[in-house]
Structures are given as structure tokens and as C-alpha cells.
Ligand binder design. Structure first.
Ligand code: ADP
Ligand code: MG
Length: 234
């Protein structure tokens, strides 16, 4: 499971770079294609023409590969917004993380105040919730401490997802660094979890806020609009 999460995080960074490179490949490719066409029209040799046809086909092939690669490597740009039951998504994520919590005798208690549906990208939201739950579990050492998950509707059409732990907490000075890439206090941490969470929540036009006190615990508050306007541009 840990390996799986780290892969997601690593993929996101590689994806970011790869998407940038893919974009850079496309521009010169467009001019190569244009000039190849011009050359093809101005040569007489049928042999040469057929070679240039192959060149053009291969250019199209690169274009297709690059487009698909951009899609896979930068999934955040292609949100799959669906009306989703948040109670179900949260329950699934908690169930997914429970074995890891059980290993440390940590209980995850949930308080779902109502049944809430909202438009979101379920897989991306799961990625956020799992990372935050994982951070909470990793921060908790004393086995009789619970992790608390709250889901409720707030004023002005918002959904609050709140995940609290009574773990090691974060000093005020460090709180500022939480959303910086590669900031991690863990031996095997990537320091990319929270920045990815933030990006995903912002793509959903929501906010994420972390309040923490050293040795007391941490509260992560996610606010999402219930009616997310469709902002996907495919
Ligand atoms: P990683 O988990 O790979 O270290 P994250 O971006 O998820 O990266 O978290 C960055 C850092 O923020 C962590 O290394 C840890 O120091 C701190 N942190 C995050 N969540 C908590 C939490 N619930 N309690 C204490 N510290 C936390
Ligand atoms: Mg993490």
C-alpha cells in the first residue's frame, strides 16, 4: 500500500515534467510536418514522394503518442466530474486505510451528518483523502488515540470534510512549509502528498486548510462547493 501511494506521488511529478516535454515536442513537430508537405509537393521523384509519405505518417504517429501521453501523465487537466456520494467515497477510503490503522491500534471514527452528493472526480478525491488519512496515521503513535472524520454540509452550499488526529502535530514554523514540494519529515516521505492534495482540491474549486499544534494533533479541513460548476476543458 505504501509503495502504491509513493508511486502515485512520483507519477504526478514525472507526469508534470513529461507533460511539459510532450508540449515542447508538439511545436517543432508542427513545423516539421508543414515543411515536409511543402518538400513533398516540390519533388518529382515518386520514390522520394513515397519516403516523404512515410515521414508524414510517422509524424502523425508521434503526434498521437504525445497527445495520449499528455492525457495519461497529466490527469488533473482532464477531470472526470460525476455526481458522487461523498459518504460512500469517505467510507471506502476509511475502509481502505483501516488495516494500516489497525496495525497501530488506531481507530478511525466517522461522523457523517447527512447524505451528501456533489460533483467531483472520485479517483482524485480518493487520492486526497487517502493521503490525508495516511498522514494522520503516520503522525499518531499512541495507540488509544482516534482519528476522527467529519462530513457535513455547511452554510453557503459547502461540504466540509474534516480529518483530525491527536498525533505528533506540527510546529508553527513548519506549518508554513506543508504545501511546499518535497517538504517531508519522514524517512521515506516524498513531501508531495499535500501539494497534490491542494492541487486536486483547488481544481474542484475548494480549499484545504491545516491547523496543528505540536504534540496535540492536527486538523485538516477541506471545503468543497456542493455544486461545482463544470470547468473542464477537453
Ligand atoms: P509526506 O507524507 O510524504 O512526508 P506530505 O506532503 O503528505 O508528504 O506531508 C508533508 C509533511 O507534513 C510530513 O512529512 C509531515 O511532517 C507533515 N504532516 C502532514 N500531515 C501531518 C499530520 N497529520 N500530523 C503531523 N504532521 C503532518
Ligand atoms: Mg503524505
Amino acid at each position: 500500500r505504501e509503495i502504491h501511494l509513493q508511486n502515485i506521488e512520483r507519477l504526478a511529478v514525472v507526469g508534470e515534467l513529461a507533460a511539459g516535454i510532450a508540449h515542447e515536442i508538439r511545436n517543432p513537430l508542427t513545423s516539421i510536418k508543414g515543411f515536409t508537405k511543402i518538400v513533398k509537393e516540390s519533388v518529382d521523384s515518386e520514390n522520394l514522394k513515397s519516403y516523404l509519405d512515410i515521414t508524414l505518417r510517422e509524424i502523425d504517429r508521434i503526434n498521437t503518442i504525445v497527445s495520449e501521453f499528455m492525457f495519461i501523465s497529466k490527469p488533473q487537466e482532464f477531470m472526470n466530474l460525476q455526481l458522487t456520494n461523498l459518504n460512500r467515497v469517505l467510507s471506502n477510503c476509511i475502509a481502505f486505510m483501516e488495516p494500516q490503522a489497525n496495525l497501530k491500534s488506531i481507530r478511525i471514527t466517522s461522523y457523517f451528518h447527512s447524505e451528501i452528493q456533489t460533483k467531483c472526480d472520485e479517483n482524485q478525491l480518493k487520492q486526497v483523502l487517502i493521503n490525508i488519512l495516511q498522514n494522520a496515521i503516520e503522525a499518531t503513535h499512541d495507540s488509544d488515540q482516534d482519528i476522527e472524520v467529519i462530513l457535513k454540509e455547511t452554510e453557503n452550499n459547502k461540504v466540509l470534510i474534516q480529518i483530525s488526529d491527536s498525533g505528533v502535530g506540527i510546529t508553527e514554523e513548519r506549518t508554513k512549509k506543508l504545501f511546499q514540494p518535497f517538504y517531508s519529515t519522514k524517512e521515506k516521505g516524498t513531501g508531495l502528498g499535500l501539494i497534490i492534495c491542494k492541487r486536486i482540491i483547488e481544481l474542484h474549486q475548494g480549499t484545504i486548510e491545516i491547523k496543528s499544534k505540536s504534540n496535540e494533533g492536527t486538523v485538516v479541513k477541506i471545503l468543497l462547493p456542493i455544486d461545482i460548476p463544470c470547468q473542464v476543458d477537453l
